[in-house]
Design a binder for this molecule. Sequence first.
Ligand code: FAD
Length: 394
Amino acid sequence: MAFDVLDDEQRELRDLVRTLARERIAPRAAEIDASHEFPWDIVGLYRENDIFGLFFAEEFGGLGTGALLSLVAIEEVAKVCATSALILAVQELGSLGLKLAGDEEQKERFLPRLASGEWLAAYALTESGSGSDSAAMRTTARREGDSYVLDGSKRFITNAGVASLYTVFAKTDPEAGHAGISAFLVEADAAGFAVARLEPKLGIAGSTTGELTFDGCRVPAGNLLGEEGEGFRIAMRILDRSRPGVAAQALGIAQGATDYALEYAKTRETMGRPIAEHQLIAAKLADMETECEAARGLLYRFGQMLDAGVGGPELTKASAMAKLKCGDVAMAATTEAVQILGGYGYIKEYPVERFMRDAKITQIYEGTQEIQRLVIAREMLKETRAFLLGGVAA
Ligand SMILES: Cc1cc2nc3c(=O)[nH]c(=O)nc-3n(C[C@H](O)[C@H](O)[C@H](O)COP(=O)(O)OP(=O)(O)OC[C@H]3O[C@@H](n4cnc5c(N)ncnc54)[C@H](O)[C@@H]3O)c2cc1C
């Protein structure tokens, strides 16, 4: 039996997701990509099989099976369809604000509907003028009696138009920089809230990416997450825990492309033998597999750390390293998969060109690769290590 970090119960659930991915999602993947339509049938499949429950605690209707398994589930789906995997990752991204900063009333009001998948969630931080520099946001929220009134817009929001609940960040004190940002729960039917447009894009074509507008949008004061001014800290704590979801999506894409290229290379013959037996192709396959396994090591380690209750700077660094490595491996492995298929890699009859287009976004969203490197280096600079300077241990 192959070495496996999962216990028996986790393995059973992983196998359920794997079977659904292979038998129900894989046959839809090319169509989802071509149609650019959000796959509600896949949401239905997740609901029927309690797959959203993997991301939630038992007290709120989830399965309580932990972070590692939830990452494995995203990876399994991404091996066949990155858009369908993103639905799971964003359900977690959009729910984390509630899990980390919600009060009991808020959790009871919303989490069960998210755990069952009755509602989809979204996370709205980015604006047209503020992506990597999220504290430069311009959306504002002002208190009026029992409500907050939001004005402004958000750009590039995944699940725009399909989510029922948005975690939205806005400035309650525009002069106070990071410390002036607050986090709100905005329901899709809130007055003054609209989805202004959806973006056509390179990959993850079935996922919606849209612009949200808040025009005097009124939300109950009870929808503030945490305290006023805590929004930036909440946003960063969310990203520490959600980035590995993108890493899992990236790893699944990389492994899916590697597996496909391997099977192809075993049967495609040139110069009298399968291309897998040409050393230059064999070397590519070996590198792709080794890189996937290295990336998996970082990703699963993060899952185990979170399940063990690790937090703080150690978790921040592990999260950024998993996202950085898995995203880069996804881009490299999918590019090589296209190369291994030659001309067939470039045409839509085969899935590897889709894998390559889907891979690119994992190097961009939830913090670009450049930002991950900054985060990792910042944490390294805070650490104390024994090192050698000019031959002298310092
Ligand atoms: C398909 C898609 C889905 C998305 N989903 C969501 C979502 O659900 N919610 C959400 O809030 N956002 C979402 N985003 C936004 C995404 O997180 C941002 O696009 C991303 O963080 C980069 O921000 P930006 O596009 O403004 O690029 P910029 O910040 O303008 O960066 C441009 C380039 O400069 C680099 N750069 C920036 N600052 C530095 C620096 N200090 N040092 C070195 N290099 C730097 C960047 O790495 C990048 O290469 C999504 C984006 C896309 C395309």
